[in-house]
Structures are given as C-alpha cells and as structure tokens.
Design a protein around this ligand. Structure first.
Ligand code: GLP
Length: 256
C-alpha cells in the first residue's frame, strides 16, 4: 500500500496507472467500470484509509472520463461508505471499510466466483401491486407494481435454495422474463441494490420448503431475509430465501 509505505500521499501517477489498468480489465458501461476500479483500488489499499483522492477535475482528466461520470461514481462510493466527501476539502478514503457491504453479491455472482454453474428453475413470476407486508417492510407506496419471482436455485444439479424476490418493476423492466441473474438484469436498469439489510436464522423446514429443498421435514435450514436499497435509498428488493443448511457456508469478513 503506497501511501502507508512512503508515509506520504499515494503518488497520483501511480494511482492513475492502477485505475487505468483496472478500468481496462473490465467490460461494460464506463461508469460501472470506474466505480469498480475505484472500489477495488480502495479495498486493495492502493489508496490508504484517510488519504485524499486527487481533485475531481484532475482525476477526470487523467482518466479521460467526464467530470459528471466521475462525480456519479464518487457519489456511489460515498453512499457505500467507502469514501467521505468533505465540502470544500475533497474526497477522502473512509477509515473503516465494511467489506461485506462493498462486495454485495447475488447468487449468480457467488456461484460464478467459485467456478460453479448457477442454475435457476422459475416456479413463479408475476407482476402485481406490492403485497402489503412488503410495502410495510420497504416503505414502497401501496400500489407500486412489483415483479414477484420465486426460484429454485441450484449449483449445477444440486438444489441449494428456494427463494422469493420481490422487486419494483422499474428496477427490472416490464419485459423481464425471470431468466438469468436478477441482479444482472437490475444492473442494466441501474437498479441493483447498493446497500442491504440482511438477517439469517436457522429454522426447521416446513413441509413445503422441505419438499422444494428435497430434505426431510423439520431439517434445519438457513432462512435469509434481505431488503436491498438502491442508490437513492429507496427499496429495490424484498427477498426471502431458504438455503440447505448442510450445503451453504456463510462467510463474513468484518473489520473492526
Ligand atoms: C441472493 C440474494 C437474493 C437475490 C439473489 C440475486 O440469493 N439472497 O436476495 O435476489 O441473490 O441473485 P441472481 O442475481 O443470481 O438472480
């Protein structure tokens, strides 16, 4: 980590070189690549906690991106708690980084990063007004059209989870057919969660869940609830999943 090693601010040229390399290693829209490049540079300590980023105008020029693109990325980083923006002083890398939040992943991301083929079986896909209990949990206005997607999630041919996700239609588009990664689709609509609240608890599988997961009724399974919020703090997902307890390890890295 350059900043700490030398005891001075990270050399701007080194930072720009790193960011350019990280940008070029990815595909997709420039804004997304830039956010990923900055996020990974911060997580890898290329820029130390507490250190200032170069002024917006200079960084945008060095990277060959527009100031507005850079500013949008910086806003996202600030919302994710990776940087702090101090009026008149600039952007600083936050002193605490919550890795689980900055690496917010979905089922497909988790499987692909482990080299496993993600498979989904769609059991239900419906567009309807937001169910009252979801409206209550998420503060989505009653009547908001949502997409209800119930899927069996498999790792190859092995059943891993039964999952129900409720997302506003605006986050996925009316023509979404439920296939492929939900978060991938939400990425295309700029609606992927940027922050989640998640709870996990061991429960006994009732007859329906046991049947879906192909386990004996009353087997201990992991129930995960997730509410995802988009970049403007508005809820974009209300999900509940039951994972096979014997097939799924939840690993968290927590910095103190
Ligand atoms: C996990 C989360 C769900 C989320 C899903 C998205 O399973 N618990 O809340 O909907 O990932 O996964 P994918 O992008 O593969 O559809």
């Amino acid at each position: 980590m350059l900043g700490r090693r030398t005891g001075v601010s990270t050399n701007r040229i080194t930072l720009v070189t790193e960011l350019r390399q990280r940008l070029n290693r990815q595909r997709g829209p420039l804004g997304l690549r830039l956010t990923n490049a900055l996020t990974s540079a911060i997580e890898d300590d290329v820029i130390a906690a507490g250190e200032a980023l170069p002024p917006e105008r200079e960084l945008a020029e060095d990277l060959g991106v527009s100031r507005s693109t850079l500013r949008q990325c910086l806003e996202q980083l600030a919302e994710g708690g990776l940087i702090e923006t101090r009026r008149g002083a600039g952007h600083f890398v936050a002193r605490r980084i919550l890795k689980p939040v900055t690496r917010l992943t979905g089922f497909t991301d988790d499987m692909v990063s482990r080299g496993i083929q993600p498979v989904s079986k769609i059991l239900e896909k419906t567009i309807m007004p937001v169910p009252p209990d979801t409206a209550f949990r998420t503060a989505l206005p009653l009547g908001t059209p949502v997409f209800v997607l119930v899927r069996l999630r498999l790792a190859g041919d092995e059943i891993l989870a039964y999952e129900r996700s409720i997302v506003p239609v605006t986050s996925v588009g009316e023509d979404y057919d439920g296939t492929g990664s939900l978060y991938g689709r939400m990425d295309q609509h700029g609606g992927r969660p940027k922050r989640i609240l998640q709870s996990m608890r061991a429960v006994e599988a009732g007859p329906e869940i046991a049947d879906h997961l192909k386990v004996k009724p009353s087997t201990a399974v992991l129930m995960i609830r997730r509410i995802g919020y988009g970049s403007h703090g508005i809820a974009v997902e209300d999900a509940i999943s039951w994972y096979r307890g014997d097939r799924y390890d939840y690993v968290a890295e927590i910095n103190g």
